[in-house]
Design a protein around this ligand. Structure first.
Ligand SMILES: *Cc1c(COP(=O)(O)O)cnc(C)c1O
Length: 378
Protein backbone atom coordinates (compact mmCIF):
# COMPACT_ATOMS: atom_id res chain seq x y z
CA UNK A 1 0.00 0.00 0.00
CA UNK A 2 1.32 3.46 -0.86
CA UNK A 3 0.96 6.40 1.52
CA UNK A 4 -2.23 8.04 0.19
CA UNK A 5 -3.98 4.68 0.14
CA UNK A 6 -2.79 4.03 3.70
CA UNK A 7 -4.43 7.23 4.97
CA UNK A 8 -7.76 5.70 3.94
CA UNK A 9 -7.23 1.98 4.51
CA UNK A 10 -4.33 1.21 6.89
CA UNK A 11 -5.61 -1.16 9.57
CA UNK A 12 -9.23 -0.35 8.70
CA UNK A 13 -12.08 -2.75 8.07
CA UNK A 14 -15.79 -2.22 7.62
CA UNK A 15 -17.65 -2.70 10.89
CA UNK A 16 -18.90 -6.27 11.25
CA UNK A 17 -22.47 -5.91 12.44
CA UNK A 18 -23.61 -3.11 10.11
CA UNK A 19 -20.95 -2.69 7.41
CA UNK A 20 -20.32 0.91 8.56
CA UNK A 21 -17.38 2.28 6.57
CA UNK A 22 -16.14 4.39 9.50
CA UNK A 23 -15.59 2.72 12.87
CA UNK A 24 -18.41 3.56 15.28
CA UNK A 25 -17.69 5.67 18.35
CA UNK A 26 -17.78 2.88 20.92
CA UNK A 27 -19.01 4.99 23.80
CA UNK A 28 -18.73 2.38 26.54
CA UNK A 29 -16.69 1.97 29.71
CA UNK A 30 -16.88 -1.81 29.92
CA UNK A 31 -17.60 -4.98 27.89
CA UNK A 32 -19.68 -8.06 28.64
CA UNK A 33 -17.77 -11.25 29.51
CA UNK A 34 -19.26 -14.70 28.90
CA UNK A 35 -17.25 -16.12 31.84
CA UNK A 36 -14.60 -14.43 34.02
CA UNK A 37 -11.89 -13.13 31.66
CA UNK A 38 -13.57 -14.62 28.58
CA UNK A 39 -14.35 -11.75 26.20
CA UNK A 40 -13.94 -10.48 22.65
CA UNK A 41 -10.58 -8.83 23.30
CA UNK A 42 -11.82 -5.90 25.36
CA UNK A 43 -12.54 -5.95 29.10
CA UNK A 44 -12.43 -2.34 30.35
CA UNK A 45 -12.22 0.82 28.25
CA UNK A 46 -9.22 2.37 30.01
CA UNK A 47 -7.21 -0.55 28.65
CA UNK A 48 -8.79 -0.67 25.21
CA UNK A 49 -11.59 0.54 22.98
CA UNK A 50 -12.34 -0.52 19.37
CA UNK A 51 -12.46 3.09 18.08
CA UNK A 52 -9.03 3.64 19.64
CA UNK A 53 -7.75 0.36 18.16
CA UNK A 54 -8.82 1.46 14.66
CA UNK A 55 -6.85 4.70 15.09
CA UNK A 56 -3.79 2.96 16.56
CA UNK A 57 -3.64 0.60 13.59
CA UNK A 58 -3.95 3.56 11.23
CA UNK A 59 -1.11 5.56 12.84
CA UNK A 60 1.15 2.47 13.01
CA UNK A 61 0.42 1.95 9.30
CA UNK A 62 1.33 5.54 8.42
CA UNK A 63 4.57 5.46 10.43
CA UNK A 64 5.49 1.97 9.23
CA UNK A 65 5.69 0.54 12.76
CA UNK A 66 4.21 -2.63 14.22
CA UNK A 67 2.15 -0.85 16.82
CA UNK A 68 0.94 2.39 18.30
CA UNK A 69 -0.51 3.51 21.63
CA UNK A 70 -2.82 6.51 21.87
CA UNK A 71 -3.10 9.00 24.72
CA UNK A 72 -5.26 11.88 25.85
CA UNK A 73 -2.74 14.46 24.59
CA UNK A 74 0.73 14.77 23.10
CA UNK A 75 2.25 15.52 26.49
CA UNK A 76 0.42 12.55 28.04
CA UNK A 77 2.06 10.37 25.38
CA UNK A 78 5.47 11.85 26.28
CA UNK A 79 4.77 11.39 29.97
CA UNK A 80 3.98 7.69 29.44
CA UNK A 81 7.14 7.23 27.38
CA UNK A 82 9.34 9.01 29.93
CA UNK A 83 8.17 6.67 32.68
CA UNK A 84 10.44 4.00 31.15
CA UNK A 85 13.37 5.86 32.63
CA UNK A 86 14.67 5.74 36.20
CA UNK A 87 16.46 8.12 38.58
CA UNK A 88 20.07 8.48 37.45
CA UNK A 89 19.25 7.98 33.76
CA UNK A 90 20.46 10.71 31.41
CA UNK A 91 18.57 12.05 28.40
CA UNK A 92 19.86 14.25 25.58
CA UNK A 93 17.32 16.64 24.07
CA UNK A 94 17.39 19.59 21.71
CA UNK A 95 17.77 23.13 23.03
CA UNK A 96 15.11 24.20 20.53
CA UNK A 97 12.02 22.17 21.30
CA UNK A 98 8.36 22.44 22.08
CA UNK A 99 7.97 24.48 25.31
CA UNK A 100 5.64 21.89 26.86
CA UNK A 101 8.25 19.17 26.31
CA UNK A 102 10.86 21.32 28.04
CA UNK A 103 8.49 21.93 30.96
CA UNK A 104 7.63 18.23 31.30
CA UNK A 105 11.32 17.29 31.30
CA UNK A 106 12.57 20.00 33.68
CA UNK A 107 9.61 20.47 36.01
CA UNK A 108 8.22 16.93 36.23
CA UNK A 109 10.96 14.39 35.49
CA UNK A 110 14.09 16.27 36.60
CA UNK A 111 12.80 16.50 40.19
CA UNK A 112 12.34 12.70 40.10
CA UNK A 113 16.08 12.34 39.41
CA UNK A 114 16.25 12.01 35.64
CA UNK A 115 19.08 14.10 34.14
CA UNK A 116 18.75 16.14 30.96
CA UNK A 117 21.18 17.91 28.63
CA UNK A 118 19.62 20.43 26.26
CA UNK A 119 21.94 21.01 23.31
CA UNK A 120 22.01 21.95 19.64
CA UNK A 121 21.40 18.51 18.14
CA UNK A 122 22.25 19.69 14.61
CA UNK A 123 25.86 19.56 15.91
CA UNK A 124 26.66 15.83 15.83
CA UNK A 125 30.08 16.28 17.51
CA UNK A 126 28.44 18.10 20.38
CA UNK A 127 25.92 15.29 20.77
CA UNK A 128 28.78 12.77 20.82
CA UNK A 129 30.61 14.74 23.53
CA UNK A 130 27.42 14.96 25.59
CA UNK A 131 26.86 11.19 25.75
CA UNK A 132 27.57 9.76 29.22
CA UNK A 133 27.67 6.17 30.48
CA UNK A 134 24.14 6.65 31.87
CA UNK A 135 22.67 8.18 28.66
CA UNK A 136 19.51 6.22 27.88
CA UNK A 137 17.64 8.35 25.35
CA UNK A 138 18.15 10.80 22.48
CA UNK A 139 15.00 12.93 22.30
CA UNK A 140 14.87 14.30 18.77
CA UNK A 141 12.45 16.92 17.55
CA UNK A 142 12.74 17.74 13.85
CA UNK A 143 12.02 20.16 12.33
CA UNK A 144 12.52 21.95 15.63
CA UNK A 145 10.10 24.38 17.15
CA UNK A 146 10.14 27.28 16.47
CA UNK A 147 13.42 27.68 14.53
CA UNK A 148 12.72 24.89 12.02
CA UNK A 149 16.21 23.44 12.34
CA UNK A 150 16.54 19.98 10.87
CA UNK A 151 18.17 17.24 12.94
CA UNK A 152 19.68 14.14 11.35
CA UNK A 153 17.43 11.27 12.45
CA UNK A 154 19.43 8.50 10.79
CA UNK A 155 22.86 9.53 12.13
CA UNK A 156 21.60 10.30 15.63
CA UNK A 157 19.60 7.07 15.88
CA UNK A 158 22.75 5.15 14.88
CA UNK A 159 24.78 7.07 17.47
CA UNK A 160 22.15 6.37 20.14
CA UNK A 161 22.27 2.66 19.36
CA UNK A 162 26.10 2.57 19.44
CA UNK A 163 25.79 3.91 22.97
CA UNK A 164 23.02 1.52 24.06
CA UNK A 165 20.51 4.35 24.14
CA UNK A 166 17.14 4.70 22.43
CA UNK A 167 16.12 7.37 19.95
CA UNK A 168 12.64 8.85 19.92
CA UNK A 169 11.47 11.42 17.37
CA UNK A 170 8.72 13.96 17.95
CA UNK A 171 7.26 13.93 14.42
CA UNK A 172 4.48 16.43 15.10
CA UNK A 173 5.79 19.19 12.79
CA UNK A 174 6.43 17.04 9.73
CA UNK A 175 3.63 14.46 10.04
CA UNK A 176 4.17 10.99 8.57
CA UNK A 177 3.17 12.35 5.16
CA UNK A 178 6.52 14.14 5.00
CA UNK A 179 8.78 12.15 7.34
CA UNK A 180 8.79 8.61 8.72
CA UNK A 181 11.45 8.43 11.44
CA UNK A 182 11.11 4.66 12.07
CA UNK A 183 12.33 4.06 8.50
CA UNK A 184 15.44 6.07 9.43
CA UNK A 185 16.15 4.02 12.56
CA UNK A 186 14.20 5.77 15.33
CA UNK A 187 12.90 3.43 18.03
CA UNK A 188 9.65 5.32 18.55
CA UNK A 189 7.77 8.20 16.96
CA UNK A 190 5.70 10.61 19.00
CA UNK A 191 2.79 12.74 17.79
CA UNK A 192 0.75 15.49 19.15
CA UNK A 193 -2.19 14.35 17.01
CA UNK A 194 -3.78 17.63 18.04
CA UNK A 195 -1.82 19.13 15.15
CA UNK A 196 -1.50 17.73 11.58
CA UNK A 197 -3.01 14.29 12.21
CA UNK A 198 -6.27 15.70 13.59
CA UNK A 199 -5.82 18.70 11.34
CA UNK A 200 -8.95 20.69 12.20
CA UNK A 201 -8.11 22.30 15.56
CA UNK A 202 -10.97 20.45 17.23
CA UNK A 203 -9.31 17.76 19.36
CA UNK A 204 -6.43 17.17 21.82
CA UNK A 205 -4.73 13.82 21.31
CA UNK A 206 -1.34 12.07 21.39
CA UNK A 207 0.24 8.89 20.07
CA UNK A 208 3.46 6.89 20.13
CA UNK A 209 4.20 4.52 17.24
CA UNK A 210 6.90 1.87 17.72
CA UNK A 211 8.14 -1.55 16.68
CA UNK A 212 10.29 -1.84 19.83
CA UNK A 213 8.81 -4.48 22.18
CA UNK A 214 10.24 -2.96 25.36
CA UNK A 215 8.85 0.48 24.55
CA UNK A 216 5.47 -0.95 23.58
CA UNK A 217 5.21 -3.00 26.77
CA UNK A 218 5.99 0.06 28.84
CA UNK A 219 3.41 2.14 26.95
CA UNK A 220 0.68 -0.47 27.36
CA UNK A 221 1.53 -0.75 31.04
CA UNK A 222 1.19 3.05 31.35
CA UNK A 223 -2.10 3.01 29.43
CA UNK A 224 -3.45 0.58 31.98
CA UNK A 225 -1.73 1.93 35.11
CA UNK A 226 -1.54 5.70 34.61
CA UNK A 227 -4.56 5.85 32.34
CA UNK A 228 -4.14 9.10 30.39
CA UNK A 229 -6.21 7.62 27.57
CA UNK A 230 -8.26 9.39 24.89
CA UNK A 231 -12.03 9.08 24.69
CA UNK A 232 -13.59 7.28 21.71
CA UNK A 233 -14.97 10.51 20.22
CA UNK A 234 -11.49 12.03 20.19
CA UNK A 235 -10.07 8.91 18.51
CA UNK A 236 -12.81 9.13 15.90
CA UNK A 237 -12.01 12.80 15.19
CA UNK A 238 -8.31 12.08 14.70
CA UNK A 239 -9.09 9.13 12.44
CA UNK A 240 -11.40 11.30 10.38
CA UNK A 241 -8.72 13.98 10.17
CA UNK A 242 -6.13 11.48 8.95
CA UNK A 243 -8.30 10.57 5.96
CA UNK A 244 -7.41 13.96 4.43
CA UNK A 245 -3.85 14.24 5.84
CA UNK A 246 -2.17 13.90 2.46
CA UNK A 247 -4.24 16.51 0.61
CA UNK A 248 -4.16 18.95 3.54
CA UNK A 249 -0.41 18.76 4.07
CA UNK A 250 0.29 18.96 0.35
CA UNK A 251 -1.66 22.24 0.12
CA UNK A 252 -0.15 23.63 3.34
CA UNK A 253 3.37 22.93 2.05
CA UNK A 254 2.67 24.57 -1.29
CA UNK A 255 1.31 27.65 0.51
CA UNK A 256 4.19 27.69 3.02
CA UNK A 257 6.78 27.76 0.21
CA UNK A 258 5.11 30.83 -1.32
CA UNK A 259 4.84 32.54 2.08
CA UNK A 260 8.52 31.79 2.86
CA UNK A 261 9.60 33.25 -0.50
CA UNK A 262 7.50 36.36 0.07
CA UNK A 263 8.98 36.91 3.56
CA UNK A 264 12.49 36.21 2.35
CA UNK A 265 12.22 39.12 -0.11
CA UNK A 266 10.61 41.56 2.34
CA UNK A 267 12.77 44.52 3.45
CA UNK A 268 11.43 44.53 7.04
CA UNK A 269 12.29 40.87 7.66
CA UNK A 270 15.71 40.01 9.07
CA UNK A 271 15.64 36.18 8.92
CA UNK A 272 13.29 33.52 7.58
CA UNK A 273 13.45 29.98 8.94
CA UNK A 274 12.10 27.46 6.43
CA UNK A 275 13.85 24.20 5.48
CA UNK A 276 12.74 24.66 1.86
CA UNK A 277 14.87 27.78 1.37
CA UNK A 278 18.26 27.01 -0.18
CA UNK A 279 19.75 29.38 2.42
CA UNK A 280 18.51 27.15 5.28
CA UNK A 281 21.56 25.61 7.03
CA UNK A 282 20.17 22.06 6.81
CA UNK A 283 18.39 22.39 3.46
CA UNK A 284 20.24 19.38 1.98
CA UNK A 285 19.49 17.21 5.02
CA UNK A 286 15.82 18.23 4.87
CA UNK A 287 15.75 17.17 1.20
CA UNK A 288 17.21 13.83 2.20
CA UNK A 289 15.09 12.87 5.21
CA UNK A 290 11.80 14.62 4.39
CA UNK A 291 9.57 14.20 1.35
CA UNK A 292 8.84 17.93 1.38
CA UNK A 293 9.52 20.90 3.66
CA UNK A 294 6.41 21.33 5.80
CA UNK A 295 3.82 23.98 6.53
CA UNK A 296 5.62 25.82 9.35
CA UNK A 297 7.56 29.05 8.73
CA UNK A 298 9.12 31.39 11.26
CA UNK A 299 10.75 34.77 10.80
CA UNK A 300 12.11 37.69 12.77
CA UNK A 301 11.86 41.40 12.12
CA UNK A 302 14.58 44.00 11.52
CA UNK A 303 12.99 45.85 14.43
CA UNK A 304 13.76 43.02 16.88
CA UNK A 305 11.34 43.85 19.68
CA UNK A 306 8.35 42.22 21.34
CA UNK A 307 6.38 45.40 20.53
CA UNK A 308 7.04 45.20 16.78
CA UNK A 309 6.02 41.52 16.72
CA UNK A 310 2.89 42.24 18.77
CA UNK A 311 1.89 45.06 16.41
CA UNK A 312 2.36 42.84 13.38
CA UNK A 313 0.31 40.01 14.84
CA UNK A 314 -2.53 42.36 15.78
CA UNK A 315 -2.87 43.33 12.10
CA UNK A 316 -3.37 39.98 10.36
CA UNK A 317 -6.87 38.85 9.39
CA UNK A 318 -6.52 35.32 8.04
CA UNK A 319 -3.67 34.37 10.36
CA UNK A 320 -5.37 34.01 13.74
CA UNK A 321 -3.27 34.76 16.81
CA UNK A 322 -3.29 31.43 18.63
CA UNK A 323 -1.11 28.64 19.98
CA UNK A 324 -1.07 25.29 18.19
CA UNK A 325 -0.46 24.44 14.54
CA UNK A 326 -1.24 21.99 11.79
CA UNK A 327 -4.91 22.83 11.33
CA UNK A 328 -6.65 23.83 8.10
CA UNK A 329 -6.65 27.47 9.21
CA UNK A 330 -3.54 29.65 9.28
CA UNK A 331 -2.28 30.62 12.73
CA UNK A 332 0.29 33.14 13.91
CA UNK A 333 2.09 33.08 17.23
CA UNK A 334 4.89 34.66 19.20
CA UNK A 335 7.08 31.95 20.76
CA UNK A 336 8.93 34.23 23.22
CA UNK A 337 5.71 35.17 24.99
CA UNK A 338 3.44 32.21 24.16
CA UNK A 339 4.58 28.61 23.49
CA UNK A 340 8.09 29.23 24.84
CA UNK A 341 7.11 31.49 27.72
CA UNK A 342 8.11 28.69 30.11
CA UNK A 343 11.70 28.68 28.81
CA UNK A 344 13.87 31.21 30.71
CA UNK A 345 14.89 34.26 28.63
CA UNK A 346 18.63 33.60 28.80
CA UNK A 347 18.08 30.01 27.64
CA UNK A 348 15.82 31.30 24.83
CA UNK A 349 18.43 33.78 23.65
CA UNK A 350 21.21 31.21 23.79
CA UNK A 351 19.11 29.03 21.50
CA UNK A 352 18.72 31.93 19.01
CA UNK A 353 15.06 32.56 19.76
CA UNK A 354 14.70 36.29 19.17
CA UNK A 355 12.18 38.64 20.78
CA UNK A 356 10.55 39.49 17.43
CA UNK A 357 10.40 35.89 16.22
CA UNK A 358 6.99 35.13 14.73
CA UNK A 359 5.83 31.62 13.91
CA UNK A 360 3.31 30.83 11.20
CA UNK A 361 1.34 27.64 10.81
CA UNK A 362 0.34 27.99 7.18
CA UNK A 363 -3.14 26.63 6.48
CA UNK A 364 -4.88 25.52 3.32
CA UNK A 365 -6.44 28.83 2.27
CA UNK A 366 -5.45 30.48 -1.03
CA UNK A 367 -1.78 31.46 -0.93
CA UNK A 368 -2.54 34.83 -2.58
CA UNK A 369 -4.90 35.79 0.27
CA UNK A 370 -2.37 34.74 2.90
CA UNK A 371 0.41 36.76 1.28
CA UNK A 372 -1.87 39.77 0.87
CA UNK A 373 -2.71 39.49 4.57
CA UNK A 374 0.96 39.49 5.60
CA UNK A 375 1.76 42.33 3.18
CA UNK A 376 -0.81 44.67 4.73
CA UNK A 377 0.37 43.77 8.26
CA UNK A 378 3.89 45.15 7.66
C1 LIG B 1 1.72 20.53 20.67
C2 LIG B 1 2.97 19.75 20.72
C3 LIG B 1 3.19 18.79 21.72
C4 LIG B 1 2.21 18.54 22.84
O1 LIG B 1 1.03 18.00 22.39
P1 LIG B 1 -0.43 18.28 23.07
O2 LIG B 1 -1.33 17.50 22.21
O3 LIG B 1 -0.67 19.75 23.04
O4 LIG B 1 -0.34 17.76 24.46
C5 LIG B 1 4.37 18.07 21.66
N1 LIG B 1 5.29 18.30 20.70
C6 LIG B 1 5.10 19.22 19.74
C7 LIG B 1 6.17 19.42 18.70
C8 LIG B 1 3.95 19.97 19.72
O5 LIG B 1 3.79 20.90 18.77
Amino acid sequence: MRFNTKTIHAGQQNEETSGAVMPPIFQTSTYAQSAPNVHKGYDYARVGNPTRTALEKMIAGLEGTESCACFASGVAAMDALMKMFRPGDHIIASDDLYGGSYRLFTSVFQPYGIEFSFIDMTDLDLVKQTVKPNTKLFWIETPTNPLLRVVDIEKLSAMAHENNALSVVDNTFASPYLQRPAELGADAVLHSATKYLGGHSDVIHGAVATSNKEILENLLFQVKSSGAVPGPMDCYLVLRGIKTLAVRVERAVSNAKKVADFLNDHPEVSEVHYPGLTSHPQHELAKKQMDDFGGMVSFSLKDDSIEAATKFMASTKFFTLAESLGGVESLISHPASMTHGSIPKEHREKAGLKDSLIRLSVGIEDAEDLIQDLKQAF
